[in-house]
Design a protein around this ligand. Structure first.
Ligand code: CTP
Length: 405
């Protein structure tokens, strides 16, 4: 994707500017030719020399520096680029671009460019949530040729926790590769609630019942949905797995907690994707102390957990997607769950097939919709499967909205 591509990398004044150095290195390693343009305040955080060393090109920041490209530097930079990425993009640079305010070399070059432009915001969570910033991002996200690489959640340098952390360099690479491949943000305005991975049903303070699901498929859906412009709430017990950029994680542990979280977030959801492998049973009693071994066998009584999908009030305003991980009779079981759980779409997979089990990077699935021919997909990477599922979600949402009009 990147070989021989001219990438104009804009760097603005943010503590995250150091990540731009790593991102520049990734781009160069992937075969791109990188030209860095820094705002004046970016130079307070990172030196032009760093970028010169990484890219082999002088990093520019002044409109009229008297250099070889003098007065038309911005036009030349803009014309040469196959891709423009502003990472980190500060609230100020976002505002300049949103208003066509060509105030410095970076904003001028962005405005003068025909190339696809990716803005990767990075700022304090309060600033990111501010209606002014959000309005600007919404405005820009609606423009042809512009993409927003949403920030991640986590602890910020300022000590606050929330959305605003620059997407990681590898995530930016994935995002830019997807943009160069023609990716579209067709889930803008949508709010997806995604559940992922196993649940944990405690038996005593040191033991639990669980299953082999690792959450890879659900996290891939969350990541890809955020790339495609959706707001994503990711409900999961998979604490170790990093939250993809653009997603807000809700931590749970048991099926009961997951049920509570799904119900709490459902009102805002336009789509619910239940990819979690929810435990159907939990120990009937949770011992407060570690259970000590005794002579002879130990019987374990299990109580039924709530079926989250079956417990949801039906809504004509939402798309509901379930999963059916089966070891036999995939077609019949998936069709049965589609109807019984009032789903719009169910993703069936045979977990005994090679490359389709738990924890693999690939999956082979069949998509079932009410009244439609099943769609059998080939063995694909989990992110590709996620795209295929989301393509159907987009189509179902369009059908739903046309029906409501
Ligand atoms: N599911 C759920 N609540 C549960 C169990 C499952 O919401 N307590 C959801 C899963 O997230 C999945 C779908 O229901 O989207 C199907 O899950 P699966 O475990 O295959 O179905 P079950 O109804 O548990 O059927 P069975 O155990 O008979 O296979």
């Amino acid at each position: 994707m990147f070989v021989g591509k001219e990438v104009l990398l804009g760097v603005t004044g943010s503590i995250a500017a150091y990540k731009a150095a790593e991102f520049a290195r990734y781009l160069v390693r992937a075969g791109a030719r990188v030209q860095v343009v820094m705002t004046r305040s970016a130079k307070e955080f990172i030196t032009p020399l760093t970028f010169f060393s990484l890219t082999g090109r002088e990093a520019y920041s002044e409109m009229y520096s008297g250099g070889p490209e003098v007065a038309t530097a911005h036009i030349q930079l803009a014309r040469r680029a196959d891709l423009v990425v502003v990472a980190p993009a500060s609230a100020r640079t976002i505002a300049r671009i949103a208003h066509g305010n060509a105030e410095d070399l970076l904003s001028t070059a962005v405005i003068a460019s025909h190339a696809p432009v990716v803005l990767a915001p990075a700022m304090n969570p309060q600033m990111y949530a501010h209606p002014g910033v959000q309005n600007n991002l919404r405005e820009i996200g609606g423009w042809k040729n512009y993409w927003i690489a949403a920030p991640g959640e986590g602890e910020m340098a300022c000590g606050e926790t929330g959305l605003g952390r620059l997407a990681e360099p590898q995530e930016l690479m994935d995002f830019c590769g997807w943009v160069l491949g023609g990716g579209r943000q067709d889930l803008r305005g949508e709010h997806l609630v995604v559940t992922a991975g196993a649940t944990f049903e405690d038996l005593d303070p040191v033991r639990f019942l669980s299953n082999r699901s690792t959450g890879k498929m659900g996290f891939a859906i969350a990541k890809v949905a955020a790339m495609r412009g959706a707001k994503v709430t990711l409900i999961t017990a998979m604490k170790e797995r990093p939250v993809p950029a653009g997603c807000v994680r809700v931590d749970v542990r048991s099926a009961a907690q997951m049920a509570e979280a799904v119900h709490a977030h459902l009102a805002q959801a336009t789509t619910l994707i239940m990819s979690a492998a929810v435990a159907d049973y939990r120990p009937a009693e949770v011992s407060m102390q570690k259970i000590k071994k005794k002579e002879g066998p130990l019987g374990l009584e299990l109580a039924r957990n709530i079926d989250i999908l079956a417990s949801l009030p039906p809504s004509p305003l939402r798309i509901t997607v379930g999963f059916a991980a089966e070891t036999e009779n995939l077609m019949e079981n998936a069709q049965d769950k589609l109807v019984r759980k009032h789903l719009d779409l169910i993703v069936g997979n045979d977990v005994t097939q090679q490359g389709s089990g738990f924890g693999t990077d690939t999956n082979q699935v069949i998509l079932f919709e009410v009244g439609q021919e099943a769609i059998a997909l080939p063995l694909m990477g989990k992110e590709e499967v996620a795209h295929a599922i989301l393509d159907r979600v987009v189509a179902l949402r369009q059908k739903q909205q046309a029906h409501l009009l």
